[in-house]
Design a protein around this ligand. Structure first.
Ligand code: GRF
Length: 221
């Protein structure tokens, strides 16, 4: 029986990624235990999800702190006292200070709704549609002191359709976010993740087959 890894989930909004993690823990496919959910936004719907599933949650409202460092210190204290081994940022809209990375070296994951390094930052589905890319997707990576720049663990690719709005694309990407995040946490829980510089190796007996994707589809070549 795999020892369940204790995770702390940082949220700011809807919490649909949190919900996917809860669902996979409850159906037994994710060997993790949510020790605490922490929101910087008292109105986050993610908190309602915690109430429904009886998951310990707390609000640390960043507006009540005079500095980012002070806010981070409070968040770190709660995570440490809750026995968190892995910090999972799930729609958390705060930039972490260096103190966070000292407290949880290579133990902070983030999910981003684009194929990094393309489209870091915010409103990335809109930027992808406006740019005219034919594929986008989502990325789970180790957070580092940059913005969306840490070593990549897993990515999913989805087509961008010519008449897509940003919302259409966001919904298509979100479905894959809800699959790759639990998978990344499970890889971590099983001790399969090795980091070598920028590169992440997953010790796994399954490999991606050599396929190419084409959007629009090829008609004869
Ligand atoms: C998701 O697209 C996530 O990638 C981004 O915030 C969006 C909302 O996430 N960071 P959630 O529904 O709050 O998990």
């Amino acid at each position: 029986m795999l020892q369940k890894i204790g995770i702390g989930v940082l949220v700011s909004g809807s919490g649909s990624n949190l919900q996917s993690i809860i669902d996979h823990i409850e159906n037994g496919t994710l060997d993790a235990e949510i020790r605490v959910v922490l929101s910087n936004n008292p109105e986050a719907y993610a908190l309602e999800r915690c109430r429904k599933h009886r998951i310990p949650a707390t609000v640390v409202d960043h507006r009540q702190f005079s500095s980012r460092e002070e806010f981070d210190r409070r968040v770190i204290e709660i995570l440490k006292t809750s026995g968190v081994d892995l910090v999972v940022m799930a729609g958390f809209m705060r930039i972490l200070s260096p103190e966070f990375f000292r407290a949880f070296p290579r133990k902070i994951l983030n999910i981003h709704p684009a194929l990094l390094p393309a489209f870091p930052g915010t409103h990335v589905q809109q930027k992808a549609v406006e740019y005219g890319v034919k594929f986008s997707g989502c990325t789970v990576h180790f957070a580092d002191e940059g913005v969306d720049t840490g070593p990549i663990i897993i990515q999913a690719v989805v087509p961008v359709r010519e008449d897509d709005t940003a919302d259409d694309l966001a919904a298509r990407i979100l479905k894959e976010e809800h699959r790759i995040y639990p998978q990344a946490i499970q890889y971590y829980a099983e001790g399969r993740i090795e980091i070598e510089g920028r590169k992440v190796r997953i010790r796994c007996d399954r490999r991606m087959e050599d396929i190419a994707l084409h959007n629009p589809p090829l008609t004869r070549f």
